[in-house]
Design a protein around this ligand. Structure first.
Ligand SMILES: NC(=O)c1ccc[n+]([C@@H]2O[C@H](COP(=O)([O-])OP(=O)(O)OC[C@H]3O[C@@H](n4cnc5c(N)ncnc54)[C@H](OP(=O)(O)O)[C@@H]3O)[C@@H](O)[C@H]2O)c1
Length: 251
């Protein structure tokens, strides 16, 4: 069993969806879990439901990341697992996208994720595991996803460089790339119920396994990469997508 006993784990964006499910999974494996989020009430509620620690830190705000690192260091010491999961989704076709759209996504999904790793480095233990939540969007061409997909492709690039730079400290860095997963993220994009339902049906039809994934199915993969069963795995990107990346020409 991939135990995480006595491991200190940070999960950004842990109050909802994939982060929440991963907090549940890692706590069950014995980890000391700290979730973060941007909304105090949501973080407090989730932390209390999960029986884990919660800290508020906006991943799009570098000063907030500095404070998060200082708080974690003071309250929990060094970190063994850093799951950089917080992210937002917003989709606009190229001819409509503007600077505000670009900056809002990049600030959280790439710049914030980049500086989360950068600023946590001094308190990562030798042998730590870092996991970035990327997406199959990084390697596909869904209309409207130009900025979102680029933010995730940038993470995949960072995983390669960081894994080689950090190998000397035995720190492993990997990405997990889900296909469509049922989480609250779609409700946060301003779509009404009917549109969300229609999108879920479209996604399910395109996935060879004919359904969307569940957050706990991503959490299992992240938890595997966090633990010692994955100790020879670094610089890799693992898809968990029901086969959507196969892109079969027929069938
Ligand atoms: N669901 C999918 O189909 C899918 C597929 C591929 C990749 N992903 C990626 O998976 C990750 C998790 O998404 P999810 O589907 O689980 O969505 P979710 O349920 O909305 O969870 C996202 C989490 O990130 C938090 N967050 C957003 N902006 C933040 C910020 N500026 N600072 C700190 N926390 C912030 C959210 O807080 P609030 O609750 O306050 O919004 C929430 O806790 C994201 O990086 C997303 O891009 C999702």
């Amino acid at each position: 069993m991939n135990t995480l006993n006595n491991k200190t784990v940070i999960i950004t964006g842990g109050n909802s969806g994939i982060g929440y499910a991963t907090a549940q999974e890692m706590k069950a494996r014995g980890a000391n879990v700290i979730i973060t989020g941007r909304n105090q009430a949501a973080v407090t509620k989730a932390a209390s439901e999960l029986g884990v620690n919660g800290l508020v830190a906006d991943q799009g705000d570098l000063k907030a990341i500095d404070k998060l690192v200082a708080d974690v260091k003071a309250q929990h010491g060094n970190v063994d697992v850093l799951f950089i999961n917080a992210g937002i989704g917003a989709f606009l076709p190229l001819h409509v996208a503007d600077e505000a759209h670009f900056d809002s996504i990049m600030n959280v999904n790439f710049k914030g994720a980049y500086f989360t790793l950068n600023k946590f480095l001094p308190i990562l233990n030798e042998g730590a595991s870092v996991i970035f939540l990327s997406s199959v969007s990084a390697t596909t061409g869904m209309p409207g996803s130009s900025v979102y997909s680029a933010s995730k492709a940038a993470l995949n690039s960072l995983v390669k460089v960081a894994s080689s730079e950090l190998a000397a400290k035995k720190i492993r860095v990997n990405a997990v790339s889900p296909g469509p997963i049922q989480t609250p993220i779609f409700g946060k994009m301003g779509m009404d119920e009917a549109t969300q339902q229609g999108m879920a049906e479209t996604f399910s039809n395109r996935v060879p396994l004919k359904r969307m994934g569940q957050a706990h199915e991503v959490a299992k993969l992240v938890t595997f990469l966090a633990g010692s069963d994955a100790q020879f795995i670094t610089g890799a990107d693992y898809v968990v997508d029901g086969g959507v990346g196969v892109n079969a020409l027929m069938g």
